[in-house]
Design a protein around this ligand. Structure first.
Ligand code: FCB
Length: 453
């Protein structure tokens, strides 16, 4: 590895509550939209659910020891909203106590907690009232954020509001591929807007009572869109895809405006009446960091709309074809391996938004077919090449502060269930035995080498 990173650069790993905790009915936890969705036949591969996951709710001390063994100085995890507010309003003390023990455990081990408030597990009770389609959910989220912040602010400095609002809105309310499984046009666009509004309201609410060293941020997935040819039609298709996936979020967060082009793409689908005058300034509340999740680039061709009548279109029917992949290696998910897309994503953000806050890579990782000896050399190559691509972005001027590998443990990979294994540590779901893979030792040695002058 030729790249070097500045002193103080954070090396970490990431997880999320629903994907690892299990214990979905323990200690007063209420149902989330992912519990409900996973119970729908055919919604999740193999009929998998949030049980048992990695049973992290009971095994967290062992998992924190795995972090110590890895030598990371930061750990990104999420708080399960339905553990804290089982019905979206009342407060469950046992949920708060669980996360207090967790962050105390991290602090005792000298590991910096990077807390995410929302990694897709909305309390089902709030979905029953409209979920993210409803403006009120944004206020409920701000109340929840303020509650967790008041409880853990003495131990946690880094506060992330949302993980990847794009799939929450588009896969969840547009494609129906994720919870809550809706296939809507206006509903998905409203969900995207209310997620952003909830983010801004949450930052304001937490900042009002924050300690001076507290940092607030958001995590966005950033797949750059590349046109498959140099035709004007493909370029326009790639621009539409980029507007839906990235600029719908980054323009109001960092550019002080709604993404131009979005209303024209959804003419007949939405009148955007969910946007109120005051919203843009709330959403644009200044941030201390941006988290970028990077897995792959999208290769985009122009294509006819599936539904000819604009008024009947779902949010994903934007006249693009993203199935024409380049001739490059793919991961076990079928995702093209293109580390240069990470450099492109980071440098692109840096160039487009002059006021962009410092950046962390908050997720990057892969799956490959597992070997019985857990010698996952493809993962090692993948991580090494992407870390190098991150270094290239830093060398090009991006204020990059850290890198978090996805993920510490094998876990519930959403609609794919337990089949795909992203962990540096293998989990046997029947026995809950943890076995570090070769990539765990590689990352440990890599981090040690980074710290050695
Ligand atoms: C991201 C999610 C994360 C994980 C990875 C593979 O989009 O944030 O929970 O599922 O993909």
């Amino acid at each position: 590895m030729t790249t070097s990173f500045p002193p103080g650069f954070r090396w970490g790993v990431a997880t999320s509550a629903f994907q690892i905790e299990g214990a979905t009915t323990a200690d007063g936890r209420g149902p989330s939209i992912w519990d409900t969705f996973a119970a729908v036949p055919g919604a999740v591969a193999g009929g998998d659910t949030g049980e048992p996951a990695a049973d992290h709710y009971h095994r967290w001390p062992d998992d924190l020891d795995l972090l110590t063994g890895l030598g990371v100085d930061a750990y990104r995890f999420s708080v399960s909203w339905p553990r804290i507010q089982p019905d979206g309003r009342s407060v469950e003390r046992r949920g708060l106590d669980f996360y207090r023990r967790l962050v105390e455990g991290l602090r005792e081990r000298g590991i910096e907690p990077f807390l995410t408030l929302y990694h897709w597990d909305l309390p089902q009770a709030l979905e029953d009232e409209g979920g993210w389609r409803s403006r009120d959910t944004a206020s409920r989220f701000a109340d929840y954020a303020a509650l967790v912040h008041a409880e853990l602010g003495d131990l946690v400095e880094h506060w992330t509001t949302l993980n990847e609002p794009y799939p929450c809105a588009v896969a969840g309310y547009g494609e129906g591929r994720h919870a809550p499984g809706a296939r809507e046009g206006d509903g998905a666009l409203a969900a995207a807007h209310h997620l952003l509004l909830g983010h801004g309201l949450a930052v304001r609410a937490m900042r009002a009572l924050a300690l001076p060293h507290h940092q607030f941020g958001i995590v966005l997935n950033q797949s750059p869109s590349v046109p498959v040819t140099d035709s004007a039609a493909d370029a326009a298709a790639a621009a539409r895809q980029d507007t839906l996936l990235r600029r719908q979020f980054t323009d109001p967060l960092f550019g002080g405006r709604y993404a131009p082009g979005l209303p024209a793409m959804f003419d007949g689908v939405s009148d955007f009446a969910f946007r109120h005058d005051e919203d843009l300034s709330i959403i644009g509340e200044p941030l201390d960091y941006l988290g970028v999740n990077y897995y792959y680039r999208l290769h985009v061709a122009d294509a006819p709309h599936r539904e000819p009548d604009p008024a009947l279109r779902t949010v994903t029917d934007i006249g693009v074809d993203t199935t024409r992949l380049p001739d490059v290696p793919r991961t076990g998910m079928g995702w093209p391996v293109e580390p240069e897309g990470l450099t492109e994503a980071l440098v692109g953000l840096h160039n487009r938004y002059p006021g962009l806050p410092p950046v962390y890579i908050t997720e990057n990782g892969c799956v490959y077919a597992d070997r019985s000896d857990f010698a996952d050399y493809e993962r090692i190559n993948f991580l090494g090449d992407h870390i190098e691509a991150a270094g290239a972005a830093a060398a090009a001027g991006v204020d990059l502060r850290g890198y978090f590998c996805w993920s510490l443990l094998d876990n519930f990979e959403w609609a794919h269930g337990y089949k795909h294994r992203f962990g540096l540590v293998h989990v046997d779901y029947a026995t809950q035995e943890r076995t570090p893979r070769a990539s765990y030792r590689w990352y440990r040695d890599f981090i040690t080498a980074q710290r050695t002058p």
